[in-house]
Design a binder for this molecule. Structure first.
Ligand SMILES: [Zn+2]
Length: 281
């Protein structure tokens, strides 16, 4: 976020592979698991090639389950200079876990990622894009610098709150801001709901990539047209964006951002460090 280029775009990839099917679906078949494997076999190499062609750094949120299943993919991500961030061990809905199970998943994920990197990851994204009552305090306890799972803003990272009180018949009483940055997400900026066909009328997917370009470029254009500065977070999955016509969409988005002349791409962890340094001044 410098004066000449006050806008940042964070390309984030949730490398779920098989874990998203095993953790979120009642019946898991070989064909569903093979959709996850596509992310490792095809998606990750294509994404790394495209990012290298444009010299773009990115952030990969990787479940421990994926890192243990496809260690070579994780090594290739790191060798290319991208950030490795925490995405649970299994791909679970945190609100369905007990606090002990959630802590265990967090620790197991940290232990697995610790085999690949010297320093523990500073970023976290909930597998379910949701928190349990315990999540935020766990992230603070384990020293994460940022999270990217919540929705309360669009272009401005913020501090989520601990200890909010609210009910259907009780107005919101705000708790205290946590010492951690939230990089907000949104389903319209996530490739999964746009594209992934789930045999479910509510999750039909299979959008045209032109429609998704209109939405993603539209959010970027609004940011640079209406905000003094900002961070736009795109969420993609190698098993989804890795398809040829969707890789062409991603390249088109990259070119759209670069052609503005006022934005650059950064790893989320680097933006979080910069924001924290600004906070300390
Ligand atoms: Zn995920």
């Amino acid at each position: 976020m410098d004066d000449e280029k006050p806008y940042v775009v964070c390309l984030t990839f949730d490398f779920d592979a098989l874990s998203v099917w095993l953790g979120g679906y009642a019946v898991v078949t070989p064909a569903m698991l093979s959709r996850g494997e596509y992310g490792a076999r095809v998606g990750v190499p294509r994404i790394l090639d495209l990012l290298a062609a444009h010299d773009i750094p990115a952030t990969f949120f990787v479940p421990g389950h994926t890192a243990e299943s496809f260690p070579d993919s994780v090594e290739s991500i790191l060798q290319a200079g991208h950030e490795l961030a925490h995405h649970g061990y299994g791909h679970y809905d945190l609100s369905a876990q007990t606090p002990d199970e959630e802590r265990l998943s967090l620790e197991r994920g940290l232990a697995v990622l610790g085999r690949f990197v010297a320093d523990p990851p500073i970023g976290y994204r909930s597998p379910s894009w949701d928190y349990s009552a315990a999540t935020l305090s766990l992230l603070v306890e384990y020293g994460f610098l940022y999270d990217s799972s919540l929705f309360a803003d669009d272009f401005h990272p913020y501090h989520p709150r601990l200890g909010d009180q609210v009910g259907a018949d009780e107005p919101l009483q705000m708790g205290d801001e946590a010492d951690l940055w939230e990089f907000p997400v949104d389903f319209c900026l996530d490739d999964w709901p746009h594209f992934t066909f789930n045999f479910d009328p509510l999750r039909v997917g299979l959008s045209a990539s032109s429609k998704v370009f209109e939405i993603w470029a539209g959010e970027f254009d609004y940011m640079i047209g209406h905000e003094q500065s900002g961070v736009l977070t795109l969420t993609m999955h190698p098993q989804v964006i890795g398809r040829g016509h969707r890789m062409a969409l991603l390249e088109r988005v990259i070119q759209h951002v670069l052609s503005s002349g006022s934005a650059y791409f950064a790893r989320m962890g680097d933006v979080a460090r910069e924001l924290s340094a600004g906070d300390a001044n």
